[in-house]
Ligand binder design. Structure first.
Ligand code: NDP
Length: 475
């Protein structure tokens, strides 16, 4: 389950051999070593630009200031005015950055929400072109735009529609040294959700997320976007299915790190492994097959025993039973459909009917890039993972009025027992075919799930975020 090539090329001998043979060296990604910190950017220079002064420029300046970043604006005027006005209004200091001043920035945030025609897109070039030759490793790039349907006319919508293509290409260009580039599409009126999204994308918590588009659409009815606090899940009760091992165990650990009490669910056959995982994080082991007809009711009862309602549920348990469609036995189809999809729908229905969710509860489902790209031999699996994407989108609309959010994470190639079983050549190709030239770790999925489960993602609803290092599979 370890990427031996990645480890080797970062040893001194490995570096020499790679250099002598001209081999590509996958970057060593800087991952979070602890929970979210208030002043997470206190040692960072953040170059910031905006196409105009407005609510997004203001939100960006305030967010970066609250994270402790040194805010720089470009001396060559690209995006200068909007940010200067926002900073003056917020009484936040900004300083001028020269493109060749020898102190490169590690954070780049460009607000292009007011780009309304083709000419306005020149800002993308003017802002990034002078600096991208010297970006330090593991830097963070975020562009902020508007989603389709939120623009004043067809021309503005056309301009905004350039941004996904731009960011996906920039992510492919900058991934070689571990730098990520992502796009936040913020809906008009949802600007108070920008800080949470920036805290995730500008931090080591999102080390394996690049080339992605995250819509920030606003919090559900009755939900207030809270100011940032460390350990944001303190006091929350979280259920994680498939928590005995692999990605589920990592999710349970990261949720607990951020303050949640975790009820870990796994099949009764895995009770002892589950018990070990849960006792290491002060969680509660709940041996339960999620395909049980009344699994949701049982989970509600366990939560009630812990004295509360469910604030977070992560539907992580999933199985593969790969066969070409023409050779697939009906029971393999049924089994995968039931574990990966039927159980999620039934469980949520029972929890909703039983009023088992707490106020502002957050539901996170695990999809897969297999559900986006498809894989030969995985018609059953890909059908369920694709359905999850539609499910969160549809349910977000249905649950909006109840103050409950629902989102999904779509993992790419993750170093687990599942991917260790792939034949070596296929595995090596799948690993390297991403902008970051490596597979992810279970903790990368856990970090993204925790973001979606936390108040940082208060404005995110109905979305599926890929955590795949921008893998070409599913691109
Ligand atoms: P694992 O197989 O390592 O872990 C899944 C866990 O879920 C196991 O402990 C498993 O128990 C449990 N589980 C399975 N069926 C049930 C059930 N009916 N009731 C309760 N628990 C159950 O998987 P991963 O950690 O690799 O994957 C986790 C999720 O991420 C899955 O949804 C998967 O589809 C998704 N994913 C994973 C990727 C990867 O690269 N690993 C890529 C894309 C998506 P048991 O061992 O007894 O079966």
């Amino acid at each position: 389950m370890a990427d031996k090539i990645l480890e080797f090329v970062h040893t001194s001998t490995g570096k020499q051999i790679a250099a002598a043979l001209g081999l590509p060296v996958p970057p060593m990604l800087k991952r979070a070593k602890a929970g979210y910190a208030e002043k997470s950017l206190s040692n960072s220079n953040a170059l910031v630009g905006a196409s105009a002064f407005g609510p997004v420029a203001s939100a960006v300046v305030k967010a970066l200031d609250s994270m402790g970043a040194s805010i720089k604006v470009s001396a060559d005027l690209a995006g200068l005015d909007g940010i200067k006005q926002a900073a003056a209004k917020a009484k936040v200091d900004v300083s001028i950055s020269q493109a060749d001043n020898g102190v490169p920035e590690t954070v780049y945030v460009l607000d292009v929400t007011s780009a309304a025609n083709v000419a306005d897109l020149r800002l993308l070039y003017d802002f990034f072109n002078p600096r991208l030759r010297k970006v330090p490793s593991n830097s963070r790039i975020v562009v902020i735009g508007r989603p389709r349907g939120d623009c004043k006319d067809a021309l503005a919508e056309t301009a905004q529609s350039s941004l996904p293509g731009f960011i996906r290409s920039l992510a492919k260009e900058s991934g070689k040294n571990g730098t990520t580039a992502n796009l936040i599409q913020v809906k008009t009126g949802a600007e108070n959700g920008i800080e949470g999204a920036l805290r995730f994308f500008l931090s080591p918590h999102s080390a394996f997320v690049t080339g992605q588009v995250l819509p920030v659409v606003g919090a559900p009815k009755g939900v207030k976007v809270a100011a940032f606090s460390e350990k944001p899940l303190t006091g929350k009760l979280a259920v994680v299915t498939g928590a005995a091992r692999g990605i589920g165990a990592a999710i349970a650990e990261v949720l607990a790190r951020e303050g949640a009490t975790v009820i870990g669910v796994d099949r009764p056959a895995d009770e002892s492994v589950l018990g070990t995982t849960m006792s290491s994080i002060g969680g509660v082991a709940c041996p339960l097959d999620i395909t049980d007809a009344d699994a949701g009711k049982k989970l509600a009862a366990v939560a009630a025993q812990k004295g509360g309602k469910i604030d977070i549920i992560v539907h992580n348990a999933g199985i593969t039973r790969d066969k070409m469609m023409r050779n697939m036995a009906a029971h393999l189809w049924d089994m995968v459909l039931d574990v990966n999809l039927g159980a999620i729908v039934r469980c949520n229905d029972q929890l909703l009917a039983g009023d088992a969710f707490g106020v502002n509860a957050r539901i996170v489902c695990i999809s897969s890039i297999g559900g986006i790209a498809g894989n030969a031999g995985q018609t059953n699996y890909a059908a369920t993972k694709s359905a999850v994407i539609g499910y969160v989108d549809a349910m977000a609309k249905q649950l909006e009025g109840k103050g409950i959010s629902i989102n999904a994470i779509a993992p790419g190639f993750i170093e687990t027992q599942m991917t260790a079983a792939i034949p070596v050549v296929t595995r090596e190709v799948a690993r390297r075919l991403s902008s970051l030239s490596q597979g992810g770790l279970p903790v990368d999925i856990a970090e993204a799930v925790t973001f979606m489960a936390s108040p940082l993602a208060a404005g995110v609803n109905g979305a599926t975020l890929r955590v795949c290092g921008q893998n070409l599979v599913g691109a």
